[in-house]
Structure formats: C-alpha cells, structure tokens
Design a protein around this ligand. Structure first.
Ligand SMILES: Nc1ncnc2c1ncn2[C@@H]1O[C@H](COP(=O)(O)OP(=O)(O)OP(=O)(O)O)[C@@H](O)[C@H]1O
Ligand SMILES: [Mg+2]
Length: 265
C-alpha cells in the first residue's frame, strides 16, 4: 500500500503514517466493541481517541498493541500488516502500551520497574540475562526513560513509596523504556488532581515531538490542549476524526454526548 505522508504546514516536518487500521473489528459474541474502524496515526503527532464509557477506546489500544486479535480487519505498521504477528512482536516493533489501571510492581524500585519493561523490547528475562552488556543496556534504557519523565531522582525509590501522580509518570517511563516508536496511553491522567495532570500534559507536549502518540483520555481540557488530531467513538463506531476545532463544532459529537452527563463539547 502507498504510504501517505502529511507535512506539518507550520514546521514543514514530514509526518509519515506509522500505524493504520483498516476496517478493524472486535466482537465479543454479539457485542461489537469495535466496528469497522479505519484510522491512521502519524509520527510526531498526538492523536486522541475519546468517547463515552464503553465506546471501544481501550479495545482499540488492546488491538493496536497485540493484546487482542481482531475479529476482522487489518493493522499496519509502517505499511506492513501486523495483525497476525505474535503479541510480543508488537513490543519488539516499538509499539508500547500504557494501561488504564496502574500496572507497576510496588516492591521494586523505579529503575527496576523500567528495566523489567525494557526487557520486553530486548527479550529474555531481567533476572536471567546473560552477560553484563545486556544488563548494562537494560539499565541504561531504564535510566534514560526515568530521566525523560522527570523521575531521575527517584531511581532507587520503591514504586510503592512514590505519589500516585509519580506512579502514573513511572508508568509512562515504563513504556518509554521499551524504546518505542508509538506510545499507546490509556487514561494517563485518571484520578489526578489539576497540578498532577498539568505535569503529565507538559510531559506529553515534550514527548509528542519525538513519538507517535495515541492518547485515550477523559480529561477533555487536556485532550483539547494536547491533540493534533481527535477521534470520537461511540458504541464501537467511529463518529468523526479531525482537528480539535472541527470536532468541537460538529453537531454529531454534541448529540453523542447528550445524556452522558458529560457536557464537554
Ligand atoms: N474481554 C471482554 N469481554 C467481553 N466484553 C468486553 C471485553 N472487553 C471489553 N468488552 C466490552 O467492549 C465494550 C468496549 O469496552 P472498552 O473497554 O473498549 O470501552 P472504553 O471506551 O475503553 O470505556 P471506558 O471509557 O469506560 O474505559 C464494552 O461494552 C465492554 O463491556
Ligand atoms: Mg477504557
């Protein structure tokens, strides 16, 4: 298939498509959790996916990272179909996934958490790694990831001893430790206060210069501030994709959110 290249009109930096879905479906018996979704995600772009509860957002991320197999449709990474590769091969390709619920090991240090994540990319077990070079590489990847999220000073602190906001930062560091090209983030600001969310917003502003980011998030102020592109889904169906302004002004979106108690648009 031909690679579609978008050029940022402000910076003239090309933003090639990194990840694509074509007619992607995930059915659980009669329930269409995701139905016929065709989207493209570009490099150096933060693309948010929003929608009411049960819209299929986490399902999409689970499909994009290989945790779920599609019922139908294709996923392409750099133009190559990857929907039938093994789940671990997604991480090896640099498709990194953060989780909706905190997914850290509380009894390990921040550095160890990131090192365990990094071994997903390198392969093998952290404890069983042979050779000092492999171990050094893992620790370097882990340290770099902690530094990027601003947790460098917490490297030896147990994950259970850091604040909730820092745990969510650590979770992003664990994705970064896998040396990803794509970051799939599921509600990284869930349960955070304003100040903690602001830290994550600033972090994501930095990271989107370097990565293709797919962000699922209910905090609409954050979504509006961060998104280069925005997709709205409802009941497993694609409703609209566009810029923040295009989506905000669309009457279909307002209608979809009516009665959800979510007067964000
Ligand atoms: N493993 C599963 N088995 C059966 N149904 C599932 C499974 N996972 C998700 N679903 C269903 O698929 C639909 C979409 O769920 P999903 O978790 O993707 O929604 P979501 O948009 O992430 O919602 P939220 O905003 O609440 O996180 C829901 O109806 C959900 O109950
Ligand atoms: Mg979800």
């Amino acid at each position: 298939m031909t690679q579609q290249i978008v050029v940022d009109t402000r910076t003239l930096i090309p933003r090639p498509v990194v990840l694509e879905t074509e007619g992607l479906c995930k059915y659980w018996g009669g329930l269409k959790a995701l139905d016929d979704l065709s989207l493209s995600f570009h490099d150096h772009e933060l693309h948010s996916v929003v929608g009411p509860n049960g819209a299929g957002k986490s399902t999409l991320l689970n499909l994009l990272c290989g945790s779920y197999r599609p019922t139908r449709g294709r996923i392409l990474h750099n133009g190559e179909a990857i929907d039938s590769i093994k789940p671990w091969a997604f991480a090896r390709r640099g498709i990194g996934r953060g989780f909706q619920k905190t997914n850290i090991y509380p009894s390990m240090s921040c550095l160890e958490n990131c090192a365990v994540a990094a071994q997903r990319r390198i392969g093998g077990s952290f404890n069983l790694l042979r050779g000092r070079n492999s171990e050094r590489l893992l620790l370097e990847m882990a340290e770099e990831a902690l530094r990027k999220v601003g947790l460098g000073a917490r490297r030896d602190t147990l994950a259970s001893r850091i604040s909730y906001g820092e745990q969510r930062q650590l979770e992003i560091a664990m994705v970064l430790a896998t040396a990803p090209c794509v970051l799939l983030l599921d509600e990284p600001m869930a349960g955070m206060g304003h100040e903690e969310s602001q830290l994550i917003i600033e972090l994501l502003k930095q990271l989107k210069r370097e990565y293709c980011i797919v962000l699922v998030e209910h905090d609409m102020d954050a979504v509006f501030e961060l998104s280069d592109k925005l997709t709205v889904m409802v009941n497993g169906q694609h409703l609209i994709t566009g810029s923040v302004d295009q989506v905000r002004d669309d009457p279909k979106v307002k209608e979809a959110y009516l009665g959800q108690g979510d007067e964000v648009f």
